[in-house]
Design a protein around this ligand. Structure first.
Ligand code: KPL
Length: 309
C-alpha cells in the first residue's frame, strides 16, 4: 500500500460508491466496523455491473501506513465518534473530507481535526443492495471546499481526482452556503416524507403541499437572518424554487430519512433540524413546524434506544 492511499471511513452507500469509483485509479482502503467482502460490485446508472477489488480495514485494526487523505462518509450522527476512533492513528496534517448532511459535525471537526478539513456535498444517488453490491442510481454534482474557503489547492486536487473517477466534482469557496442549501432542502422534505411514509413526489399533492410550504417559509426566514444567500431568484421564492425542483427531480425516490425509518435506523434529524432551530433561537425567530418535527423524531429515536420490553 503506498502512502498516497485514500481511506474511506463509513462503508454505507456513499462510502462504497466513492471507494469503488476511486479504486483502480488511486489506492483505496475502505474502513468500517465489520469486515465486508473484498470484491464489490458497482452497478452503474447505465446498468453495467463492475466487479472491483477493494482493500478493507476494520476501524479497530488500522494499518500503520498513514493515509494521504481520509474521507469520512458515515451518517452525520456517527461522524464525530468515527473521527475520535481514528484521530490517535493519524499523524498531524492528514487532510479530512467530511461528506455528511446537515451542518453539525462540520464546524466542530473543522476545529478539532489536526490537519486541513474540507466539506463535501453531493447529489449523487446510491443505495446498498447487499454486503458486496452497491448501486450508483443516478449521476449528480459534488462540491468540495473548506468552511473558511482555505485549502483551495487541496480542494481542486481532490475534485480532479473524483471527477476523473466518474464523480464530477468542483472545488468551491462557498461550501458553507452549499451545505446550508442542502440542509434547507433536507429540512423541507425529509421529516415529512419520513413521517407520512411517502415518496418525494407525493409532497406535490394535498394535504402535503401546504405542509412543505410552511416548512420552506420557516427555513427561508431563518436562513435570511443567518445571512445565507438564497438560491435562484432570491428570497423566499428562491428557496421555494429550489425545494420544488428537488421534489420534481427526485419524485420517485424514497428520501434518506424515510429509508432510515423503514430500516429501523436513527435518522439525521439532529444534524438537519438542530442547526436551523439553534439559528432561529439566536435570531429570536419561532419555527413551530420544524420544532414539532424535531420533537417527534426525538421521540422516535428515544424509543429506538429503549431495550425491548
Ligand atoms: O438528499 C435527499 C435525501 O434523500 O436525503 C433528498 C433526495 C434531496 C431529499 O431531501
Amino acid at each position: 500500500m503506498t502512502p498516497a492511499t485514500h481511506w474511506i471511513v463509513g462503508p454505507g452507500a456513499l462510502g462504497r460508491l466513492i471507494a469503488l469509483r476511486l479504486a483502480g485509479r488511486v489506492p483505496v482502503r475502505l474502513v468500517g466496523r465489520r469486515p465486508l467482502p473484498d470484491r464489490q460490485t458497482l452497478v452503474t446508472p447505465e446498468g453495467d455491473a463492475r466487479v472491483q477489488a477493494v482493500v478493507m480495514a476494520r476501524i479497530d485494526a488500522l494499518p500503520a501506513d498513514p493515509p494521504a487523505v481520509v474521507h469520512l462518509t458515515t451518517k452525520a450522527h456517527g461522524a464525530e465518534a468515527a473521527h475520535a476512533a481514528l484521530a490517535a492513528r493519524l499523524p498531524a496534517g492528514v487532510p479530512l473530507v467530511l461528506w455528511q448532511n446537515g451542518f453539525a459535525c462540520q464546524p466542530r471537526l473543522t476545529e478539532h481535526h489536526h490537519g486541513p478539513v474540507l466539506c463535501a456535498t453531493t447529489t449523487e444517488g446510491a443505495h446498498v443492495q447487499d454486503d458486496d453490491r452497491v448501486t450508483h442510481a443516478g449521476h449528480g454534482d459534488t462540491y468540495i471546499g473548506a468552511l473558511d474557503g482555505s485549502h483551495a489547492d487541496l480542494a481542486t486536487a481532490l475534485a480532479q481526482t473524483l471527477t476523473a473517477a466518474g464523480l464530477p466534482a468542483e472545488a468551491v469557496a462557498d461550501i458553507r452556503v452549499r451545505l446550508w442549501r442542502k440542509l434547507a432542502v433536507n429540512a423541507a422534505i425529509n421529516p415529512l416524507v419520513a413521517r407520512f411514509a411517502i415518496r418525494n413526489g407525493q409532497l406535490r399533492d394535498r394535504p402535503f403541499r401546504p405542509m412543505v410550504e410552511r416548512l420552506i417559509t420557516e427555513v427561508a426566514a431563518i436562513l435570511a437572518a443567518e445571512g445565507v444567500t438564497p438560491p435562484g431568484d432570491g428570497g423566499l421564492e428562491g428557496w421555494r424554487q429550489l425545494v420544488w425542483q428537488v421534489v420534481e427531480a427526485t419524485a420517485s425516490n424514497r428520501a434518506s430519512m424515510l429509508q432510515d425509518v423503514m430500516a429501523g435506523r436513527l435518522t439525521e434529524h439532529e444534524a438537519i433540524l438542530v442547526p436551523l432551530l439553534d439559528a432561529a433561537a439566536r435570531h429570536r425567530l419561532t419555527a413551530p413546524c420544524l420544532a414539532r418535527h424535531l420533537h417527534d423524531l426525538r421521540l422516535r429515536a428515544a424509543a429506538l434506544a429503549e431495550p425491548p420490553a
